[in-house]
Design a protein around this ligand. Structure first.
Ligand code: AKG
Ligand code: FE2
Length: 367
């Protein structure tokens, strides 16, 4: 007699990722809400594929580890040419540098980080009120800008505030951070104007060239909050990406976790009290005809008990319908334009319809 054949009945429903993502989004309280609920393991929607995880680099680095350059902006008074050269060098290689002596009062750096932290640590119902994916009036609180496009979600929440050319109405900006965001914006405008002048000179152009293209006017601020992650080796804080805009001015707290991809591999952007981190975006790589380079960067999931806070302001041209491409002064028969012309609308639509996992500029290569 043959033995009875066991029939295995699988009662567990197959895992429905799309449903889990939607349910998470509908909580409207982000990763912070999960942490507050006491999760000890990260939900499966946050687990990244093995190829992403294998490449993460968390180990402590030796003292001799490479670092991104630090430029002393205060030295402009002594030797402007030397500062232009340091910035040109950084912008044309790693695409990332830190600036010190930028003139922003230390207490404003501290207050801005504290205000963004306070926004994210408000009672859940206060955050949920501004949780939305559309920028609408110019303020939106979301977890993962690419939540519905990405293969895996990241351990991070964000408040986005439009600062220009049409800024969010100040009454729309949550009161806990309103004053600080507005003061911060003024300082970013001042510092980025100086940086564009130095970057223009580094390209051999007149100091006003980049600024006159309106590259300080289109501004969006993001205030990121990276809560403690119980399983930091299974996810990331922010996927590897290059910023699409012209220039990014970033303020980070003391926790660390930001890394940039260089010829020597991924290196840490070490928190320096009072420094601002500056990076070149794809747009500036294109208009400089690759004299300046945007770089891939990412943030590791935060394993510290203290949350990590960072505030980035993305600087873009204000005119979204104008045609942009490599500047004619930077192209020649020996160095023809590497990219075709495009409008910022076309460029940004391409960026936001995909996962944050790489460069968008390959779509704009000249055929
Ligand atoms: O949080 C950080 O340090 C980096 C943020 C960033 O790269 C971005 O918002 O594009
Ligand atoms: Fe970025």
């Amino acid at each position: 007699m043959s033995s009875p054949v066991a029939t295995v009945v699988c009662t567990a429903a197959p895992y429905d990722r799309a449903k889990a993502v939607k349910e998470f989004d509908e909580t409207k309280v982000g990763v912070k809400g999960l942490v507050d609920s006491g999760v000890k393991a990260i939900p499966p929607i946050f687990v990244h594929p093995p190829e992403t995880l294998a490449d993460l680099k968390r180990e402590a680095e030796p003292e001799s580890a490479p670092e991104i350059p630090t430029v002393d902006l205060g030295a402009v008074q002594g030797s402007r040419a030397a500062v232009v050269e340091q910035i040109r060098q950084a912008a044309s290689t790693v695409g990332f540098f830190q600036v010190i002596n930028h003139g922003v009062p230390e207490e404003l750096l501290r207050r801005t980080l504290a205000a963004v932290k306070a926004f994210h640590e408000q009672p859940a119902e206060d955050r949920a009120r501004v949780y939305r994916r559309e920028m609408g009036k110019g303020v939106s609180y979301i977890s993962n800008v690419d939540l519905f496009q990405s293969k895996a979600a990241s351990w991070r929440d964000t408040i986005q505030i439009r600062l220009g050319p049409t800024a969010a109405d100040s009454s729309e900006i949550p009161e806990v951070c309103r004053e600080e965001v507005m003061e911060w914006d003024k300082e970013v405008v001042r510092v980025s104007t100086v940086l564009y002048e130095l970057l223009s000179e580094g390209l051999g152009l007149g100091a006003e060239r980049l600024r006159e293209m309106g590259l300080v006017e289109g501004r969006v601020m993001v205030g990121h909050y990276y809560p403690f992650c119980p399983q930091p080796d299974l996810t990331v804080g922010l996927n590897s990406h290059a910023d699409p805009g012209a220039l990014t001015v970033l303020l980070q707290d003391h926790i660390g976790g930001l890394q940039v991809e260089t010829k020597q591999g991924w290196i840490h952007v070490k928190p320096q009290p009072q420094a601002l981190v500056i990076n070149i975006g794809d747009f500036l790589q294109i208009i400089s005809n690759e004299a300046y380079k945007s770089a891939h960067h990412r943030v590791l999931a935060n394993h510290s008990n203290e949350p990590r806070v960072s505030v980035a302001v993305f600087l873009n041209p204000s005119d979204r319908e104008r045609l942009f491409g490599p500047l004619p002064e930077l192209t020649s028969t020996e160095k023809p334009a590497f990219y075709r012309n495009f409008t910022l609308n076309e460029f940004m639509t391409r960026f936001f319809n995909k996962e944050l996992d790489g460069k968008s500029l390959t779509n704009f290569f000249r055929q």
